[in-house]
Ligand binder design. Structure first.
Ligand SMILES: Nc1ncnc2c1ncn2[C@@H]1O[C@H](COP(=O)(O)OP(=O)(O)OP(=O)(O)O)[C@@H](O)[C@H]1O
Ligand SMILES: O=P(O)(O)OC[C@H]1O[C@H](OP(=O)(O)OP(=O)(O)O)[C@H](O)[C@@H]1O
Length: 211
């Protein structure tokens, strides 16, 4: 059997993804959750995990240094990289939405939208026929309308608590987001049997989790 290298996102998604892999029958060490190691090999399963920033997972997979990866649909939509989406893992659910101060309209001369997702935001407003200036931020996006940097934000909503506690309201839902198993297209061809087996087992585990 040959090794499969999987790029896993550190942070929010990691634990749920690991749980799903275990539910799919992979025998993975429990220490993986607390470890600071960035490369973890599991010889008994012929698996190698690389632990990356969520936004970087598709980079490793596109370049083929990882055969597979787990990435949020938000990251995939934003980056449009050449990776194959194999399974909707139905974990880390959230959605992408526009938000802003209550009862406001966008500035009609020079509307500004703050976001960590410039491609998603540009596409959304373009499809509505609205030309906006995108202001790219790296986090705490909700600050932007509060201090007058932007009329709207495009960001992830999960519980809605961040919006609420900062006096913002949601305007439009853009897309539902869950994490996906993605593959490098060449790996998919070369290691087809192993990758298809993993995709099948994960799909089954997803089904069982839903029940
Ligand atoms: N409330 C949420 N906020 C942000 N991301 C969420 C949320 N719920 C689920 N997700 C999913 O988790 C991913 C983000 O994970 P995480 O928050 O660990 O990293 P990050 O914010 O991108 O990175 P970092 O905080 O390390 O810069 C998103 O890509 C999305 O798919
Ligand atoms: O609807 P909620 O449950 O409140 O979750 C949504 C918030 O969580 C994310 O931020 P994150 O915690 O990743 O911090 P960030 O601002 O650094 O991106 C997202 O950008 C929202 O701000």
């Amino acid at each position: 059997m040959e090794y499969l290298t999987i790029a896993m996102p550190k942070g929010r998604i990691f634990e749920e993804a690991l749980e799903l892999l275990k539910a799919a029958g992979y025998d993975l060490p429990n220490e993986m959750e607390d470890s600071r190691k960035l490369i973890v090999e599991v010889p008994s399963e012929q698996l190698r995990f690389i632990l990356a920033k969520p936004m970087d997972v598709p980079v490793y997979v596109e370049h083929g240094v990882a055969d597979l990866g787990v990435a949020g649909k938000d990251v995939l939509l934003e980056q449009q990289r050449s990776v194959m989406e194999l399974v909707d893992l139905q974990i880390s659910y959230c959605y992408m939405a526009t938000a802003g101060l209550p009862d406001t309209v966008m500035n009609d001369v020079a509307p500004r939208v703050a976001t960590k997702y410039p491609t998603i935001a540009t596409t959304f407003f373009k499809e509505k026929g609205e030309q906006v200036e995108i202001i790219e931020l790296n986090g705490s996006i909700e600050l932007a309308p509060m201090i007058g940097l932007a009329d709207r934000i495009v960001d992830i909503v999960s519980t809605g608590r961040t919006l609420k506690e900062n006096g913002l309201v949601e305007y439009e839902k853009i897309a539902d987001i869950t994490s996906r198993l993605v593959a490098n297209p060449v790996s998919y061809r070369v290691k087809q049997a192993r990758i298809r087996d993993m995709a099948k087992r994960l799909q089954q585990a997803v089904g069982e989790m839903q029940r």
